[in-house]
Design a protein around this ligand. Sequence first.
Ligand code: URA
Length: 198
Amino acid sequence: MSALAQLYQDIVACRDCDLAKGRTKAVPGEGAEDADLFFIGEGPGWHEDQQGRPFVGPAGQFLDQLLASVGLRREEVYIANVIKCRPPQNREPLPAEIQTCRKWLDRQIDLIQPRMIVTLGRHSLSLYFPAESIGKIHGKPRQVDGVIYYPMYHPAAALHQGSLRGTIEMDMLRIPQILAQCKELPQNVLEDRQLSLF
Ligand code: URA
């Protein structure tokens, strides 16, 4: 069994917080084990809880469209969430739940070693840049320890606030260029400094 498959089993068996009591299925995440691009959403909603898969409801359909706009299918990237179990009534995850669940996301990232982490929405953004606001830094890549972090609005934001749709689409369209540029650079340059080309 691969380390990632073992990790899925551990996540599905996790009872480390009360969200485990209300879930139908835990939603570990899915995608390519060697993905360059790693998307992090917030947490499972109703559809995800039923199916045990991330982003399979309306926000997921929009994410699929966004991926298609840059020639990608979800099987070619990795998609996960900050928390792995659906909160009651889709409420926002509590800080303690995020903290308890973080080990799983960290382990996924360790195993996949993506070049670029795309945070979707403010909960995943605040894992890495707690003092920043999404309105200010969406669409602006940052490099930390050889990984590019790229904050985007959550796809669901476009479903509630139509005016954000174009912004999200534009931010997505920049991803291939950023990824191509970071692949061209030797790893030591990435580790060294903020990239001027961004
Ligand atoms: N919203 C999320 O943040 N994650 C999902 O998996 C689905 C909707």
